[in-house]
Write a protein that binds this ligand. Structure first.
Ligand SMILES: Nc1ncnc2c1ncn2[C@@H]1O[C@H](COP(=O)(O)OP(=O)(O)OP(=O)(O)O)[C@@H](O)[C@H]1O
Ligand SMILES: [Mg+2]
Length: 595
């Protein structure tokens, strides 16, 4: 194996000379400790290497061994339920073998080599297969049927294939290429993490990733195959949102990349995430999840590897025809790592010390989201949705990482510290946030829910907008200066905020709301709003409208069970009856209100 020599060590960055034909992003093993690293700059004779493990004690003169390959991941049965570090080392297997601290240079395979999987073929001898074709499957967990796909570089006529128990390294089939050469095919394949996996065709994202989170689905929806970011200050609810999406979004597979900085952040992920229950199956959520965790004893460089490792695994499941959702919490830690490495490379700094390529690197990551048709003779439709949290210092949204992310994603859920402080959760600011998918998804909603949905949403947006304007006015001249109808706008908007947008992640029955129930909830709020406007215009005193007992029932409609949506019919009738009663109020009663 060819190797060079270390010239200089600066934290996570090592400079080496005398490498043989070094390639950008080639994986190397650094020093006597054989630390994992990746070549990130070639300048003259020198190669700069970002090292994914602690470099203390490593010094000039030690060898740098070239592997001749790029940083790759292993793909195959065994991914689901795994907890990996940034370079796909299995943390649970390592812990079992070495204890809590990962010794440096440890190289355990990502997929267990001894475990047997029951392989069931779906093609037979003499069939011709090409790259991307599914030749069989393995029931990896109860939740996930792992499709075994022909890897890149392999194609031909099946010579033999059989149902049996195999390890990932044992051939499940033999293929004869056109050249006549026979090649065994195993269930494991490898892919370089920085290159997106190929597909036949991209498709416009036109179905929503239904999250069951009302403010998201109704106001700022994300499409299957779409991108979203959740920037927010410390403690504003970024992680809770990511967990809620992992649990409830209609995705088949979850890839969760935890990129922590503070020591305890990652322990939280490692302890909390595996405890999460999958509400759909009642099993643990890990049964359809791959978790990538940057442990705090890993240096910053590994954070970059972790986002690319995560997205490559996610693409692999997308290619099987699944709806995959990747959550990255928080991408700011990755950006900070870029800044540190760039500083050490003495590159020309851009804004706030981040490298000039911050935006393009962030974009390259989000661009791998999408809805696509796979390779193969029977292409499958799959989608990969990517949702990244950003934690800007002080919650400042004008900061470079937020700005770079906003340029790359189509949905912006702005978390607001005042809302979080007031315990309005999810603390998504409805005035600042946006979704560029709203129009693309309208057809879906119209078909699925009828056109009331889009109409309700338009009215809700208008009311919230109007509320903000009126609040300005109230600050200047006081609430008494408002017209009765404007007062009602404030009341309707308040009802939208409290009775619809606020949603308790930890409240059973409220944690998830189906689109159908969301529609019914909006309908009753808007029904009250319309009838209240009519009543007030017809001379019913404002006080009487506001005092209607049915408003309490509207506020309680959150807790109407999904299985009893007919209760909304009853509620609508009570609203109508309530207003009928008001309109029959006699003049003396009306005057009493005015006094
Ligand atoms: N939807 C919600 N329902 C109820 N409580 C919530 C909700 N979202 C957030 N919270 C509350 O806010 C707290 C902080 O949320 P979270 O840990 O997600 O914030 P964060 O933005 O990830 O913080 P950090 O910056 O520390 O990573 C939670 O522990 C919880 O008490
Ligand atoms: Mg968090």
């Amino acid at each position: 194996m060819t190797h060079g020599e270390i010239v200089k060590v600066a934290g996570p960055l090592v400079v080496a000379k005398d490498l043989t034909n070094p390639q950008m992003y080639e994986l190397v093993r650094v020093g006597d400790a054989k630390l994992f690293g990746e070549i990130i700059e070639l300048r003259g004779e020198m190669a700069s290497i970002q090292v994914y493990e602690e470099t203390s004690g490593v010094g000039p003169g030690e060898p740098v061994v070239q592997t001749g390959s790029l940083l790759t991941v292993e793909l195959g049965p065994g991914l689901i339920t795994s907890i990996y570090d940034g370079i796909q080392r299995p943390l649970d297997a390592i812990r079992a073998q070495y204890g809590d601290f990962i010794p440096r240079g440890v190289a355990l395979p990502a997929l267990p080599r001894d475990r047997k999987w029951h392989f069931v073929p779906c093609v037979k001898a003499d069939d011709v297969v090409v790259e991307g074709d599914i030749i069989g499957s393995v029931q990896e967990t109860r939740a996930v049927l792992h499709q075994i796909m022909v890897p890149k570089g392999l194609a031909g006529r099946i010579v033999s294939i059989a149902e049996n128990d195999f390890t990932v390294e044992e051939p499940v089939a033999v293929l004869r290429a056109e050249s006549g050469e026979e090649q065994p095919m195993t269930m494991i394949q490898r892919w370089p993490v920085r290159n997106g996996r190929p597909y036949t065709q991209r498709m416009a994202p036109d179905t929503p990733l239904v999250t069951g989170q009302r403010v998201i689905d109704a106001l700022f929806p994300v499409a299957k195959g779409g991108t979203a970011c959740v920037p927010g200050p410390f403690g504003s609810g970024k992680t809770v949102i990511q967990h809620q999406l992992a649990k409830w979004a209609n995705a088949d597979i979850i890839v969760y990349v935890g990129c922590g900085e503070r020591g305890n952040e990652m322990t939280d992920v490692l302890q909390e995430f595996p405890q999460l229950k999958d509400p759909k199956t009642g099993e643990v959520l890990m049964n359809r999840t791959v978790l990538i965790a940057n442990t705090s004893n890993m240096p910053v460089a590994a954070r970059e590897a972790s986002v690319f490792t995560g997205i490559t695994i996610a693409e692999y499941f997308r290619d099987m025809g699944y709806s995959v959702a990747l959550m990255a919490d928080s991408t700011s830690r990755w950006a900070e790592a870029m800044r540190e490495i760039s500083g050490r490379l003495e590159e020309m700094p851009g804004e706030e010390g981040y490298p000039a390529y911050l935006a393009s690197r962030v974009a390259a990551f989000y661009e791998r989201a999408g809805r696509s048709l796979s390779l193969g003779s029977q292409p499958r439709e799959g989608s990969l949705s990517v949702i990244g949290a950003v934690s800007p210092p002080g919650g400042d949204l004008s900061e470079p990482v937020v700005q770079a992310t906003l340029r790359a994603v189509k949905v912006f859920w702005a978390l607001d510290s005042r809302l979080a402080y007031a315990r309005h959760f999810p603390a998504i600011d409805w005035l600042q946030s946006y979704s560029l998918y709203s129009n693309l998804l309208e057809r879906f909603y119209d078909k699925e829910l009828g056109d009331r949905w889009s109409q309700d949403i338009r009215e809700v947006r208008a009311l919230l907008q109007k509320e903000a304007e009126l609040q300005e006015l109230v600050r200047l001249v006081g609430v008494d200066a408002l017209s009765v109808l404007d007062r009602l706008v404030l009341e309707s908007a308040k009802s939208i905020r409290e009775d619809f947008l606020q949603q308790g992640a930890f409240t059973e029955g409220d944690s998830y709301t189906s689109l159908r129930k969301q529609l019914r909830m909006l309908d009753v709020i808007m029904l009250w709003s319309h009838l209240a406007g009519k009543a007030a215009s017809g001379g019913v005193p404002l006080g009487a409208v506001l005092a209607m007992p049915v408003r309490i029932e509207i506020a309680r409609s959150k807790s109407i069970p999904e299985t009893n949506l007919a209760a909304f019919d009853t509620l609508e009738n009570s609203i109508k009856k309530g207003f009928e009663a008001l309109s029959e109020m006699d003049t003396t009663a009306r005057e009493e209100y005015h006094e």
